[in-house]
Design a protein around this ligand. Structure first.
Ligand code: ATP
Length: 209
């Protein structure tokens, strides 16, 4: 757990702003998991964080594919997973978690929100939150052997369930209705010609039309 990070990262080397006031921590896990199921950890952790924050504060955090926690339309936090695999198995995984908690508006990048700004409470106790999140992750850990349960729970709290979205990929964009996620963590999008496109990378935006 860090008070401040000077080189916090998001996906693909994006910068993750981590000034004091947020919860910045990593968890080392040694799950018994085939490497193709690695992303289950990311989705499990997202739902666990939503539940823990909801229990402690009453805030209704929603989830955005692939790795964001949001409040309203703004980004509250993110989860980054890095791992080492051996053969077909995961030998260890590191979940890096960032959550905007006590920062004021001036300490947040555009499009971000903190728990303080939404709840009006100036100081949430970071250790109490950390404890609640760790307990929730621990108690849902057994679900790793039930991938569909993890994904169903995540999907139920997704902010773009059955909404029209656009996913920007490195060389392409996919537009359509976001229909489901599969057990590998891919998002299934029904395009305007009623075909299902499976996307496993990219950045998602909800369309308002
Ligand atoms: P997006 O969620 O916008 O599609 P992404 O998922 O690719 O982007 P990540 O790599 O998960 O984003 O996170 C990095 C991005 O998040 C940065 O490029 C910046 O726009 C934004 N960001 C950086 N720091 C924070 C923060 N503390 N809170 C919220 N958003 C942040």
């Amino acid at each position: 757990m860090a008070d401040v990070q000077t080189k916090g990262r998001g996906r693909g080397g994006n910068r993750w702003e981590s000034p004091s006031g947020g919860l910045w921590f990593s968890i080392l896990l040694r799950p018994n998991l085939p490497s193709r199921r690695l992303l289950l950890l990311q989705f499990l952790a997202a739902t666990a964080m939503r539940d823990a924050i909801g229990n402690k504060t009453g805030l209704d955090v929603m989830l955005k594919w692939p790795n964001d926690l949001v409040l309203g339309n703004a980004k509250l936090g993110g989860i980054l997973i890095e791992s080492k695999t051996q053969g077909e198995r995961v030998s260890f995984a590191i979940l890096g978690i960032g959550l905007n908690v006590n920062q004021g508006k001036a300490q947040l990048p555009p499009g971000a929100i903190s728990m303080r700004l939404v709840s009006g409470k100036k100081q949430h106790d970071l250790r109490v939150l950390l404890r609640a999140i760790l307990d929730q992750i621990r108690s849902s850990f057994d679900n790793l052997s039930h991938p569909s349960k993890i994904m169903d729970e995540w999907w139920r709290s997704s902010i773009h369930r059955s909404l029209r979205v656009q996913v920007t990929l490195p060389k392409d964009t996919v537009t359509g209705i976001s229909r489901a996620i599969d057990e590998d963590g891919s998002l299934l999008i029904e395009t305007d010609d009623h075909r299902i496109r499976r996307v496993n990378e990219g950045s998602l935006r909800i369309l308002n039309d």
